[in-house]
Write a protein that binds this ligand. Structure first.
Ligand SMILES: *Cc1c(COP(=O)(O)O)cnc(C)c1O
Length: 436
């Protein structure tokens, strides 16, 4: 399979280049030359399969030309010692729990496969690969966890000082070995800018092999397809095609869902659910795409004003707005609405949820209001409630159970290199590191 930039249909890239570069040099997004379609009997057979077994089938369809099947199977077994269970809340409403990985958010699913794929494709390289990642919280910890102790790959995480929760900070700064955390005196946008500058610096690029691990990488997108298939495999037999409700920020999760549907998975529709950062719902309603600065909300992992997967999504629909509208229903929850759905979910279903999934529950409520509930609705539960414990306690008046992994990380000691939000400081740090 070859890959092309969204900005250049003439220059093909190999899987290895697409994965190790992360982004094409022209600042577009990598797209596969075609989307593999699975035969229906194969999808039907997934009913009796585990997540790693389903992941093996899908990864073979994408990467089987380049990587032997047995190696892909090993990667999938190794990446997924946990499941993505489908929980029925009531009637036709389901929650797909994507938060049973080590850092308790759905980003583990993408990052753990990505780490193994990158390590595999990087084998035999004499020079170390350094992955730079700017994070507002969840991405950095999932990437760190995924790459921890992977030979030949170092990870440098930049996070904004004082702007992540204490728990998130512990999850970023307590790894050691090949993971370094840089605590930047600035905002998330500064961290992102510093990473971009590093990629544009010729001397740095000469002394270090740099790569990125952000959500627009193909290596993170493809594994997110796995759990859409795993979800449908868990619906009661004879169910109608489901509506997938996706709490969205950068729209990687929803893009993966669209790919799953294009691969042959029976999906009735998608719901794009956002918080007040609503540029995509606005686009679906008005046809105008107006990226802008993000506003802060409780569902902070979705505070994105210029979603990086937008152009990939429109490309998948052949830039046809009507085709996109037919398949994607959009809804936007403000803070009061998010809180209302968190309370409603506890009162009516006795299920404790957090702000991101609550935005999804609102999307489903609105969908049902307009379309009825002939189809099951699967809301993607993107984070464990204990990750957002303050909001959950304040709004639901209940304390979520804290999983052992999170309780353990809290006891560890923070190790971070503090720096100002100046590129010269990051540059000096990376050049020093390249000499080790
Ligand atoms: C990253 C994240 C999202 C948003 O996912 P996108 O793929 O960026 O749309 C939603 N919820 C949680 C908890 C996240 O960490």
């Amino acid at each position: 399979m070859r890959y092309f930039s969204t900005k250049d249909p003439n220059h093909p890239f190999s899987l290895r280049d697409a994965v190790l570069l992360g982004l094409p040099p022209d600042n577009g997004l990598f797209m596969p030359e075609r989307i593999p379609v699975l035969p229906q009997p194969m999808i039907e057979a997934m009913r009796s399969m585990s997540l790693p077994e389903i992941a093996s089938i899908i990864s073979k369809a994408w990467f089987g030309d380049e990587i032997p099947a047995s190696d892909l199977e090993t990667m999938c077994q190794d990446a997924y010692p946990f499941d993505t269970p489908l929980v029925r809340l009531r009637d036709q409403t389901y929650m797909l729990e994507l938060f049973h990985g080590p850092t308790l958010a759905f980003k583990d699913v993408g990052a753990r496969f990505m780490a193994r794929l990158m390590a595999y494709l990087n084998k035999g390289e004499s020079r170390k690969l350094t992955i730079l990642v700017a994070t507002s919280g969840d991405t950095g910890s999932a990437v760190a966890s995924g790459f921890w102790n992977v030979p030949g790959i170092d990870v440098v995480i930049l996070y904004p000082s004082g702007k992540v929760s204490e728990w998130q900070e512990k999850q970023l700064t307590t790894w050691g070995n090949n993971i370094t955390a840089l605590e930047v005196d600035g905002a998330f946008d500064d961290c992102q800018r510093l990473v971009k500058e590093a990629f544009l610096d010729p001397e740095l690029r000469g002394s270090l092999r740099l790569s990125s691990a952000n959500s627009i990488s193909i290596a993170r997108l493809v594994p997110q397809i796995f759990y859409y298939f795993r979800a449908v495999a868990q619906l009661p037999t004879g169910s109608a095609d489901p509506v997938f409700v996706v709490p969205s920020g950068n729209f990687g999760n929803l893009t993966a869902g669209i790919l799953a549907w294009m691969m042959g998975l029976g999906v009735h529709r998608f719901v794009a659910a956002t918080n007040s950062n609503d540029v995509v719902p606005e686009y679906l309603h008005t046809g105008e795409f107006t990226p802008r600065a993000s506003v802060s909300t409780m569902s902070n992992a979705m505070d994105v004003g210029n979603p990086s997967n937008f152009w990939r999504m429109t490309a998948l629909f052949g830039n046809d707005l009507e085709a996109m509208r037919k398949m994607i229903f959009a809804a936007t929850a403000d803070e009061a609405t998010t809180a209302r759905l968190m309370r409603l979910c506890w009162d009516e279903c006795h299920y404790l949820t957090e702000p991101h999934a609550a935005v999804g529950l609102y999307g489903w409520e609105q969908y049902v209001k307009q379309n009825g509930s002939l189809h099951p609705g699967i809301v993607l539960g993107t984070a464990h409630p204990s990750k957002f414990i303050e909001a959950v306690e304040a709004i639901s008046g209940r304390s979520p159970e804290v999983p052992a992994a999170l309780a353990e990380v809290i006891r560890k000691e923070k190790q971070a290199v503090r720096m100002r939000a100046e590129f010269s400081e990051l540059r000096r740090f990376l050049l020093e590191k390249s000499k080790i």
